[in-house]
Write a protein that binds this ligand. Structure first.
Ligand SMILES: [Zn+2]
Length: 338
């Protein structure tokens, strides 16, 4: 047996012992699948194979290698698309979720309610549909109700731009929720769907805190550590924890280190330390943003490398704490929703 193989086996064995299940609350694999399929202008449209396409950070093989037990898949609509094409794009991404992710892979289990997530069996990987920005349904609540029926369990009102519901984090106006936005939050409450604040303006965030029964930040870091409008300041973080919400750290280097496109796992852990210092030990988790980012944390470059993060965390935190970050904090919270 060549030496390389010996050390590889040792590493694998160590990871099996310390490996932990993971819940990841944000990725953009659906957008990537759709963009490749729609590449009609260069006449080489491709259907990416969800099992092992190299270009998918969150393909099935990588989810298994990283021990991801549940992956959230966002429906994301580019802000510059003409309004009348947005619903069609959302439907296409949802269709790819059903056909390419759920339909072709028996291991992938569509989670349509929080109870189903709690009842996942060994060997199954949960797949949750989410919406990143209300642009998809415009002001049409019939479409929104269809999204709930299709299994969407988390809704962010905006991406970075403004829309009919609210202003996003990148909108200079900085407005809060419109009457329509408030109605959407009320509908989320009724359907026990998370209202995701990760891309909202600060004013929008505070409106959601007032109205949402299930507030959530699916992929955001701490602004005190990295001053970026996509991150949450200490007052926001404390308010989220007070409302029993969860904050899921994101792996995008420019949200980890201000003005940089590189980051280490240790840099990410500084955000986790800060969130814990503000009382969030039982209310944080991971929302990688894989397939939505083009720069990566070193040694955490796809879902298959998740256990590198776990190993590093175990050097700073107890096994119980790390298990909380990895999946138990999330499972604990949804007990109240199931
Ligand atoms: Zn995002």
């Amino acid at each position: 047996m060549p030496p390389m193989e010996v050390s590889f086996n040792c590493v694998m064995q160590r990871r099996d012992e310390t490996g932990m299940k993971i819940i990841d609350t944000h990725c953009d694999a659906l957008l990537k699948l759709q963009m490749e399929k729609r590449r009609v202008w260069d006449e080489t449209p491709q259907l990416l194979d969800f099992r092992h396409a190299e270009t998918l950070d969150t393909n099935l093989e990588r989810l298994k290698r990283g021990q991801v037990m549940t992956q959230f898949f966002a429906v994301f609509i580019e802000p510059d698309l003409p309004s009348d094409e947005k619903w069609q794009h959302a439907l296409e991404q949802i269709d790819l979720f059903y056909t390419e992710i759920i339909g072709k892979h028996p291991e992938m289990k569509h989670i349509r309610s929080w109870r189903e997530l709690q009842e996942l069996k060994e060997g199954e990987i949960g797949a949750v549909l989410t919406l990143e920005g209300a642009d998809a349904f415009g002001n049409d609540l019939v479409k929104l109700r269809h999204l709930y029926r299709l299994g969407v369990l988390s809704i962010g009102l905006t991406w970075n731009n403004a829309n009919l519901c609210a202003d996003g984090a990148g909108e200079p106006r900085g407005g809060g929720l419109t009457l329509l936005g408030k109605e959407v939050v009320a509908l989320n409450n009724e359907h026990r769907v998370w209202t995701d604040v990760s891309h909202l303006s600060i004013a929008g965030f505070w409106d959601v805190m007032e109205l949402a029964d299930y507030p959530f930040a699916s992929h955001s870091n701490a602004r005190a550590i990295c001053d970026h409008p996509r991150n949450l300041n200490d007052d926001q973080i404390k308010a989220m924890f007070q409302k029993q919400g969860l904050i899921q750290v994101v792996f995008c280097p420019s949200f980890i280190n201000a003005g940089k496109d590189t980051a280490s796992i240790a840099d990410l852990i500084r955000h986790i330390d800060h969130l814990c210092a503000l009382g969030g030990e039982k209310q944080i988790g991971f929302g990688s943003d894989f397939d939505g980012i083009s720069d990566y944390i070193t040694d955490l470059e796809d879902a298959g490398q998740y256990q590198n993060l776990i190993e590093s965390l175990l050097q700073h935190y107890s096994e119980e704490q790390v298990r909380g970050f990895a999946y138990e904090n999330f499972l604990h919270r949804i007990k109240a929703l199931a």
